[in-house]
Design a protein around this ligand. Structure first.
Ligand code: GLU
Length: 304
């Protein structure tokens, strides 16, 4: 498979489609990003690294960070994590409160805001210096010291994060948050503010295509079984209320964020990252989804 040629072709085709999406404006700072940005980068197990468009431009990875915080918490507390957060697709919006009442403060999955807030609480209880320890962990995965949080984005979200405040307090009312909600939320907003380029994202996530082993150093980041489980969760819950649609059209595990980024994994093959800030009605990058659909269709490679 010549991934370079394929990406070149698909990029040219998708670049010019009518971008019907809308920018995420509920976090004011995100609406200031140039909507025309469009980048893609692939990193393969066989060491192909190739990008098109603005693949070096940094953007706010938002919910994609939820995969990384889950991985760190999973490494620390192991399977106990599944007592605090479920593994079922929710069929509701990412910021929904409705199921928490019936489920008594156990979020359906770790990629809902509710689930990621619980994961943040677990990290807060287990890390000495949560903010520093988390970024050190993320940097160590791909040996990339250039990764940083954005204070601007974190503050912008904090100023208007009323739903997340509600979610965290609601879960706390069931006794399912250990720390002070304001501390949990500060940490959660910092995690969501991480910035990366498509190139950095695809390099970082490549270990999930490599059975949990770091590709640059062969060190275990997750066991094979844990890596399979993270991929399974991305497959079933990674795209908000559109996870079924993504599996149907693209056929790869992945995760999106409201900054317009998407990371997708082909186990034993590659990690691919796409960024285009305008989002469809379900909150996923409009062009990003289109690109990946065309890419897996034309490559005739997916996990199905
Ligand atoms: N920080 C965002 C929020 O909590 C993340 C949402 C997302 O990317 O899905 O609303």
């Amino acid at each position: 498979m010549n991934f370079e040629d394929l990406i070149r072709d698909v990029y040219q085709k998708i670049k010019n489609i009518d971008d019907k999406g809308e920018m995420a404006s509920y976090i004011p700072e995100l609406s200031k990003v140039n909507p025309k940005n469009f980048g893609v980068h692939i990193s393969t197990i066989k060491k192909v690294n190739f990008g098109m468009g603005n693949y070096n431009g940094k953007f706010s990875i938002q919910s994609i960070t939820k995969v990384l915080s889950l991985i760190l918490a999973y490494r620390i507390v192991g399977d106990e994590i599944w007592d605090r957060v479920g593994v079922e697709p929710s069929g509701t919006a990412f910021n929904s409160l409705v199921q928490l009442e019936a489920d008594k403060g156990i979020p359906r999955n770790p990629f809902l805001n509710a689930g990621a807030i619980v994961v943040s609480d677990i990290l807060l209880s287990n890390l000495k210096n949560p903010k520093e320890d988390f970024i050190d962990f993320v940097r160590s995965i791909s040996n990339n010291k250039a990764l940083e949080y954005s204070n601007k984005i974190a503050q912008s979200e904090k100023d208007v994060g009323y739903r997340n405040v509600a979610l965290c307090n609601f879960i706390k009312s069931f006794g399912k948050i250990e720390n002070e909600p304001s501390d949990v939320l500060d940490f959660y907003f910092d995690l969501c503010s991480l910035e990366m380029s498509c190139k950095e994202l695809s390099e970082l996530f490549l270990f999930l295509a490599n059975n949990g082993l770091g590709v640059h150093n062969n060190k275990s980041i997750l066991s094979e079984s844990q890596s399979k489980r993270i991929n399974a969760l991305m497959q079933t819950c990674g795209f908000y209320d559109e996870s079924g649609e993504f599996a149907f059209k693209v056929g790869l595990p992945g995760k999106s964020g409201v900054g317009g980024g998407i990371i997708a994994i082909h186990p034993n093959q590659y990690a691919i990252a796409v960024w285009s800030p305008k989002l469809n009605k379900k909150g996923n990058s409009h062009k990003g989804m289109k690109f990946l659909e065309e890419f897996t269709t034309r490559s005739e490679l997916s996990i199905f």
